[in-house]
Ligand binder design. Sequence first.
Ligand SMILES: Cc1cc2nc3c(=O)[nH]c(=O)nc-3n(C[C@H](O)[C@H](O)[C@H](O)COP(=O)(O)O)c2cc1C
Length: 179
Amino acid sequence: MDMLELIKKRRSVRDYLEKNIENDKLFKVLEAGRWSPSSGNVQNWRFVVVNDYKIKSQISEACLGQYWISNAPAIIIVLSDDSKLRMLFGQRGEMNYSIQNCSIAMQNMMLEAESLGLSSSWVGAYDEDKILRIMKVEDLNIVLRGIFAIGYGKNIPSAPVRLDLDKLVYFNTWGNKSL
Ligand SMILES: Cc1cc2nc3c(=O)[nH]c(=O)nc-3n(C[C@H](O)[C@H](O)[C@H](O)COP(=O)(O)O)c2cc1C
């Protein structure tokens, strides 16, 4: 499938079949994260795959009560090890690159999931301290950068509208609409 078609086809899915993700597919998804670009190639992302129902329930609770999350076959918690970023880039590393590197890894994994016939949904609403406690993270260098649910979608919602390109794009300087 053409990449743009795949990008347009991906939806945030919050209703999943009770069907486990095959290990080879799960590892392809993780591999897509691994091959993402990162500032200085620091690869600060770390992934925790959660398929234990009790832990998924705790995560749902910590995602401000988004209980649908616990019904996904797996949840991938994306953490950043900020130590090298801080050493190499100071505050810019911790503030900008930590988030940007992990976000692109998440998007790559979600697109790979889509290409494998899986669905996913980004989850950005959470209580970070609670998630870190559930994950048993004790190292202060490790911060939470995102969560996504993944599995075989049951109900795939229709696409929410997107703003037209003419509302989003300027040329050369802000506000200039002519190319
Ligand atoms: C940074 C970010 C945070 C999000 N947080 C949540 C969330 O906490 N819960 C949820 O159900 N969806 C969440 N979403 C999914 C958006 O609601 C969804 O991407 C948007 O409505 C567009 O729909 P689509 O992904 O199907 O195109 C989040 C998406 C992003 C990128």
